[in-house]
Design a protein around this ligand. Sequence first.
Ligand code: AMP
Length: 312
Amino acid sequence: MRTVTTVAELRTACDEARRAGLTVGLVPTMGFFHAGHRSLMRAARDACDFVVVTLFVNPTQFAPHEDLGAYPRDPEGDAAVARAERVDLLFTPAVEEMYPVPGRTTVHVDGLTARLCGASRPTHFDGVTTVVAKLFSITGPCRAYFGRKDAQQLAVVSRMVADLNLAVTVIGCPLVRDPDGVAMSSRNAHLAIDEREAARALSRALRSVAADIVAGERDPAAVRAIVLDAIASEPLLTLDYAEVVDGTSLEPVTRLSGTVLVAIAVKVGATRLIDNARFTFAGADQRVDGGPDVLVDLGFTCSRADARPGDS
Ligand code: AMP
């Protein structure tokens, strides 16, 4: 694995790979790697000839009062993980390299970014789409890999790619959970033991929702009430939102049909956590004989060996 820190080196390496006929796969990250990140690297490794991982804690997606300074970092550990996952190129730019002058151009995806996390983080997604557009422009990837853990980010980036006719296929990868059910996140490193225990309420709520939906529940308000109850039962959790939305438009649904996302965000202490589950409802004409009428996607649980020490 080669590590580069400049835009020019990254661009040249990707140009050379493409010129040699290799497909370039891009995995944008903010580092402090866990099994969720590794699953994206593996998906890219399986499908692409030349795998590029970018590690950049992007300041423009943090509001001034947010946790940019406290964001967990482990550049050496991350390089070792990327090497073990047979990544070809790791890009670790300084902030001044990505933003040599304050940018005057912002990529803004309207509507999708105003809801869910966008309601409490109004500038966040502009930071994400702008830096992702820059990374797409520098690397020219054939495929780019994003986790379903950040379901809204995936929807927003997919919409940006469609609206701007960008020549990249966005691949959504399954949400990876720790053995105790908590969605893996670099920010979990900040959780105290009792906060970690409380954080389990999110996946518990989603599992309970899944059981009710499989048993026939089709009322979004009832689904939302299950989540609200589960969050309210944990005094350490402060609700940001619990919503039942369409998987593509992210608009609230009045019926459970098509692809629906049950999305949750809470604060536990100073740490913000998100989680979600995806449900795909088959119409009467789409059901294969005897098949289920709803597919449940709660992601998957990584093995204990893949869990970060202390995370469960
Ligand atoms: P981050 O470093 O947190 O910005 O995440 C980089 C990429 O990894 C994003 O596409 C995330 O959605 C993805 N990711 C983070 N956590 C998980 C997880 N638990 N499961 C799957 N993907 C994840």
